[in-house]
Design a protein around this ligand. Structure first.
Ligand code: PGA
Length: 257
């Protein structure tokens, strides 16, 4: 299974010229596509521009949404359905990012409904984010496990095993909240420990093996291989470093063939 490197641009950048500037990081880099799959989750309004730039650059990069509605279609001002994404050629949707949980009140139930909408639309995979706060981390291993298990089970509720097993179409990202945007990444050991636990929970409860789990939280060019180089870690979800042209270029160089 390829390692997935997904770039989460969040609500950046504001200027169109900066979008084009960052994208130039992809120009002339020869990524090892036998080992890695690269996906980009920009603000949705930039998707048409980005897909045409990748076409010009002949860059084989998958497109992702940062969020979607749990509904199929409807009078829901401001929302975007998974199916609209699918029809645009979207391969992944980030679901339940901690910023959505914190600032937009997303619950495990909503995350579950969105994951179902993504699978139902026939998109390759939801990338379901889970992770503990610093308060929970400081309480120790049992508290971390309890929190992670609740989020994983909550997100997976009634996702029919068929859909998941036959297509391996669920991806998780372990993103400890204390590591997001802080410059303080987890250690590879901390990431491996929780990721192994996520896989254990999925195997025990759904008899699923081979579900990919990424690491996210202050990943940059300097540390990406420490995470992605681990057998247990199936890729990375990169935020801030992926909207900085120089840093992104350096990350892509690490994924060079
Ligand atoms: P960061 O964000 O790389 O800026 O820490 C990661 C994320 O939120 O997905």
């Amino acid at each position: 299974m390829k390692k997935l490197i997904a770039f989460n641009w969040k609500m950046h950048p504001n200027k169109l010229k900066d979008v084009e500037g960052v994208l130039m990081a992809f120009d002339g880099v020869d990524i090892d596509l036998d080992t890695y799959e690269i996906a980009i989750a920009p603000p949705a309004v930039y998707l048409p521009l980005i897909s045409s730039v990748f076409y010009e650059l002949k860059a084989d990069i998958s497109l992702a949404l940062q969020n979607c509605s749990w509904e199929h279609e409807g009078a829901l001002t401001g929302e975007l359905s998974a199916e609209m994404g699918k029809n645009f050629g979207i391969d992944y949707v980030i679901v339940g990012h901690s910023e959505r949980r914190t600032y937009f009140g997303e619950t495990d139930e909503m995350v579950n409904a969105k994951a179902k909408a993504v699978l139902g639309a026939g998109i390759m995979a939801p990338i379901i984010c889970v992770g503990e706060s610093l308060t929970i981390r400081n309480k120790g291993k049992a508290a971390i496990r309890q929190h992670i298990k609740k989020q994983v089970i909550g997100a997976m509720k009634n996702l029919t095993s068929d859909k998941v097993v036959t297509n391996k179409r669920v991806i998780f990202a372990y993103e400890p909240i204390w590591a997001i945007g802080t410059g303080k990444a987890a250690t590879p050991e901390q990431a491996v420990e929780v990721i192994a636990y996520i896989k254990e929970v999925i195997e025990a409860n759904y008899k699923l093996s081979g579900v990919r789990v990424l690491y996210g939280g202050s990943v940059n060019a300097k540390n990406i291989m420490e995470f992605v180089g681990q057998d247990a870690i199936d890729g990375a979800l990169v935020g801030g470093a992926s909207v900085d042209k120089k840093e992104l270029k350096n990350i892509l160089k690490k994924l060079h063939s």
